[in-house]
Structures are given as C-alpha cells and as structure tokens.
Design a protein around this ligand. Structure first.
Ligand code: G3H
Ligand code: 13P
Ligand code: ZN
Length: 332
C-alpha cells in the first residue's frame, strides 16, 4: 500500500478549485514512456504549470503500472531538479472497474476516473459511488472523476461508434448521489485524430476540414445546474494540420484527420472546464518527427537520435498548449 503523498504527488482537489475560479484548465497529458513524461515535465516546469499525468488501460498494458507510478515519482524529482516544484497528479484515465481503480489507489495514484458512461444510468451511479466511497476514505483523500454522456471513438477498451451528449437534467442527481469530485461530459469532442466525419465538416479555401462547433449551449446548461463544479473535457486534441502534413509527406497516411480548434478549447477553459485531456496530439508530434528523421537520415539507427528530437517537439507542443490554449501557464 503506497499513498500518493509518499511519491510526492497531489490529488486534483485544490488544482481544480483554483482552475475553476481562475478561468483556466489543468492539462491532463497521457504518458506511456520516458520521453513523453520528460517532455511533459520540461514543458510544465518551463511554463510553471500544474499538470496531471494520465495513465490509460493501454498504458498500463504497454508500460506496466508499477513502472509508470515510479516514473511519476521520478517526474516529481525531475521537476525539482529542473528548478520548479510544480504540483503533479497521477491519474487513472478511463478506469472501467472498481478493482482497477482500487489497485491504482493502493499503489500511489492520486486520482482515478471511473468511466461508467457506457452503463445504464443507475449502474453508472452505483459503480461511481462505490469508487468514491473507497477513494475518499483513504488516509490521503484520492479524487474521483465520473462521466455522463458518451464520446464517440475509442475510450480504451470501451468503444462507441456514436456519441450522445450529456443530459443536463441528470447532472445534479449524479453528482449528489455519487459524490464525485469532477465530471467528464460529452459536448461534441471524441477520442483520436479523426473526431468528425468529413460530411459533418465544412472546408476552407485550402480544402482543410473545419469541424462543427462544440455544444457550448449544453455546457452552459450543465454549469447552471452545478455552478462552479469541476468539469472535464476528454477528446481535446486539436490534431494540428502541420503534423498531419509532415507525417503524410514522409510516407504516412492519415486521411480525414480533424480535431478541436484551439479557440474552442480556450473558450471552454475559461468556463468550469478545469481539466482538458490530450493524448492524440502528442502521438502526432512524435510520429511526425520520427518519420522525418527516418527519411532524412536513413543511416541513423540510434534510438536517441530520433526519440530525442521527438521529445523536443513534444515539449514545444505542450508548452504552447499551457501558454496559449489552456491558460495554465504561470499557475504553479
Ligand atoms: O482515452 C483514450 C486515450 O487516448 C488512451 O488511449 O488506450 O490507446 O492508451 P490508449
Ligand atoms: P484525444 O484523443 O483527443 O487526445 O483525447 C485523449 C483523452 O481524452 C484521454 O482520456
Ligand atoms: Zn478520454
């Protein structure tokens, strides 16, 4: 049994309180390996931003949960070594059973998501409540994120072809029955790099797909129901066209890529949305640089020579998001 405090981590309680009142969002960046973790910490130290390190089911399978939580401990020491002791939370992304949440809580995660969004409403309430009771009764309070409404695309092992928006009339009941600390909602985002079908989009003069706007009317309705309550946005990668173009220039094929425009995320971050989840953009940045190095330096075979530049690009991307999109820069 390890408490997150022993690893130097914080839960999300205070982070969210400050973010909601300050009109910004905490970045929640997924990580699976050392280079991603280093890039996240470098960017967040440089921009003085709090950060949530997210671990998905896929990450636990790929990298091993024990290694990842020790990397989070390393991240805390790394931040101090880089010169600024930023608050770092370690969060389970899309936990789908009580047992997975319990296991993460007992091994040092400071926050967990229980994703019962695919279940019938009452089952979602019961499962989320059970996780909250366990998480909140720990010696060191662990925060819990629940979800209402379904995002299209892959949510780890849970996948859904169609999204359905969060029903504002359900949020008061869900939050009061479960006692969740934050609520993930569905207002038009989805996971992955192709968030909308081309037929849902318009095209600009250069033929670039322009997605339909997020449903800010639903967000406003939810905020009226639970004023000041911490809201989470999943599926918030912007899918920068520059990375897609580099990937395609150097042999990749990522047809119909489209993400959430940065100005919409900025607008959301100014509201009660206080956690914004980003994974796909990091994947695109790394892949773009690695493909470029492979093509331009065909005799290169030292992994540090392509993972290093990929890490540098990732750091630039995360710093940009903290500064210009989420508004979390300068908040740590
Ligand atoms: O929610 C989805 C995240 O991007 C995690 O995806 O299960 O492939 O690690 P993953
Ligand atoms: P993206 O696929 O848009 O990066 O979303 C990631 C996410 O929501 C992780 O939970
Ligand atoms: Zn997600």
């Amino acid at each position: 049994m390890t408490s997150y405090k022993e690893l130097g981590l914080v839960n999300t309680k205070d982070l969210f309180k400050k973010a909601v009142s300050g009109g910004y969002a905490i970045p929640a960046y997924n990580f699976n390996n050392m280079e991603q973790m280093q890039a996240i910490i470098q960017a967040c130290v440089e921009t003085k931003s709090p950060v949530i390190l997210q671990v998905s089911a896929g990450a636990r399978k790929y990298a091993n949960q024990n290694i990842l939580r020790n990397m989070a401990r390393g991240a805390v020491e790394y931040a101090i070594e880089l010169g600024h002791n930023i608050p770092i939370a370690l969060h389970l992304d899309h936990g789908d059973t009580f047992e997975i949440c319990k296991d993460c809580i007992e091994t040092g995660f400071s926050s967990v998501m229980i994703d019962g969004s695919h279940l019938p409403y009452e089952e979602n309430v019961a499962l989320t409540k059970k996780v909250c009771e366990f998480a909140h009764s720990q010696k060191d309070y662990v925060t819990v994120e629940g979800e209402l409404g379904v995002l299209a695309g892959v949510e780890d092992d849970v996948s859904s072809e169609h999204s359905h928006y969060t029903e504002p009339s359900e949020v008061v009941d869900f939050v009061s029955k479960t006692k969740v600390d934050s609520l993930a909602i569905s207002i038009g985002t989805s996971h992955g790099r192709a968030k909308f079908k081309p037929e849902q989009c318009t095209k600009d003069a250069n033929g670039i797909l322009i997605p339909p706007p997020l449903r800010f009317d639903i967000l406003e309705e939810i905020e009226k129901q639970i004023p000041g309550f911490p809201i989470v946005l999943h599926g918030s990668s912007s899918v920068p066209i520059e990375y897609v173009q580099i990937i395609e220039k150097f042999g990749g094929k990522l047809s119909d890529s489209v993400g959430i425009p940065e100005d919409q995320l900025r607008k959301a971050a100014k509201s009660a949305v206080c956690k914004i989840n980003i994974d796909s953009d990091g994947r695109l940045a790394m892949t773009a640089i690695i493909r470029q190095v492979f093509t331009q330096k065909p005799d290169e075979f030292d992994p540090r020579k392509y993972l290093g530049p990929a890490r540098d690009e990732l750091k630039k991307l995360y710093a940009h998001k903290n500064l210009n999109v989420l508004g979390s820069a300068g908040q740590a």
